[in-house]
Design a protein around this ligand. Sequence first.
Ligand SMILES: [Zn+2]
Ligand SMILES: [Zn+2]
Length: 438
Amino acid sequence: MKSLLIRGGHIIDPSQGIDEIGSLLITEGEISWLETGEVTPPQPDYDVLPARGLIVCPGFIDLHCHLRQPGFEEKETIATGTRAAARGGFTTICCMPNTNPPLDNQATIEYVKLKATTEGVVRVLPIGCISKGRKGEELAEIGELASAGVIAFSDDGEPAVDSRLMRQALDYSRAFGLPIIDHCEDTVLTEGGQMNEGIIATRLGLRGIPAAAEEIMVARDLALAQLTGARLHIAHTTTEGSVDLIRRAKEKGIQVTAEVTPHHLTLTEERVIGYDTNAKVNPPLRTREDIQALIQGLRENVIDVIATDHAPHTEADKLCEFALAPFGISGFETALGSLMSLVHDGQLTLATLVAKLTYEPSRIIGDKYGKLGTLAIGAPADVTIFDPNLEWAVDTKAFASKGKNTPLAGSILKGKIMATIVQGKLVYKDESLRLKEG
Ligand SMILES: [Zn+2]
Ligand SMILES: [Zn+2]
C-alpha cells in the first residue's frame, strides 16, 4: 500500500500534547512520521490528503454502543453499525453484550470478532456479560470471557441489581484488571418510567424517572468498588448528583471512571414535549442544570470520556405510542456535530473534546489491542479528520446505520467528519475531500 501524507492540518493529539498545524505520514498501516510546522516529509513516494483548515486527530474511540448482532439484525448489524461508526469518526468501538444470544461466553465473543473482521470497517472490541444470560442471577464465566478478549463486563440495558453479584463481579474482574461497567438504575424506582421526573413529565402525563434512581446505584457501586479495590466504570452519567458522587469517590482514591453521552450533554427533557419517541432514552434526557454539572465534570476530569450509547431501533419500533416505544437514540453519525456545539459555545476546548473521544477512552481500554488513541510514531494509523465549522443538515436517509431514531433529524449541526482512517485504510471520506495522487 502506498504511503499517505495528511498535509497541513491542525493536529490535536492530547496523548502527546500536540495542538498545532502539522503533517503526518502513514506507511503500512502505521504512523511513520509526524512533524509540526511547514516541513516536507522524508520520503517522496506518497499520496496527499490536503487537510488545511481541518482538524487531524487520533481516531475516536467509543466505549459504549449497541451493534444488535446477533439477534436483532433488523435494528443494526456489525456491517451497518461499523459503517455508521466510520461516518461518525470512530475507529474503535466497544459493543455491549445485550444481543440474542447475549455475549456471555467465548463462542459468542468469537462470533462478533469474526463478523467484525470479515464484514466490519472499524475495530470492534466486545464487552462481555456480568451474569449468565444477563439474568442477574449467576456470574458469567469471567475468566473465559477475559481470555476471549473482552475489554470490560456489563449487563447494560439492565443494572447489576443484586449487590452480592456485583461484589463478586468486581472481585473476579479485578484479577484480570478489567472494569465492570454498570448501567446505574434502581429498577424499582424507575418501573413504568418514561422520561425525567419533574414538572414536564407531570404536564405530559408521563411517569417520571427520578435522578435518585441513578444516584442510588452510583452510590452503591462506588461503595462496592471501594470495598473490593476493583475498577468500576459508570455508564451514561446524567445527573448533577451522580457527578458529585463520582467527584468525591475520585478524591478518596476509589478506582472509578465515568462516561457521558452526546445527547445527555446537549439535549434537555424539553425535547420530549410533543411526545417524540426518538427523544425517549434511558437514562432520560435531564435538565439544563444537570447538563452544566456534566460539562463541569468533563472539564475537571470527574467524567473521563464521552461515549455514544448508540442504540439503533427500526422505524416501526419507534412509530407507536410514547409509552410503548423502546428507549434509545442512534448516535454515531451525529456525535461530533452535536458535541461541537459545546466548543462553539465556549464551554469546552477543542483539545478537551478530542481527549474525551481519544486519549481518555484509550486509557480505560489499555494497550492490549495496540496503542490506540494516539498519533505516536509506530501506533496503528487510526486517524479522524473533521471540519470544525462546516454546517450540515442531519438527513437520516443518508445514515449508514439502520437506526434512523434521532431527535436531531432535520437539525443543522456545525462540525462534520471529513475522513476516517483505520490502520491506514480510508474507511470513510466526505465527497468534497480530494485525494491527490503522488
Ligand atoms: Zn445503559
Ligand atoms: Zn447502552
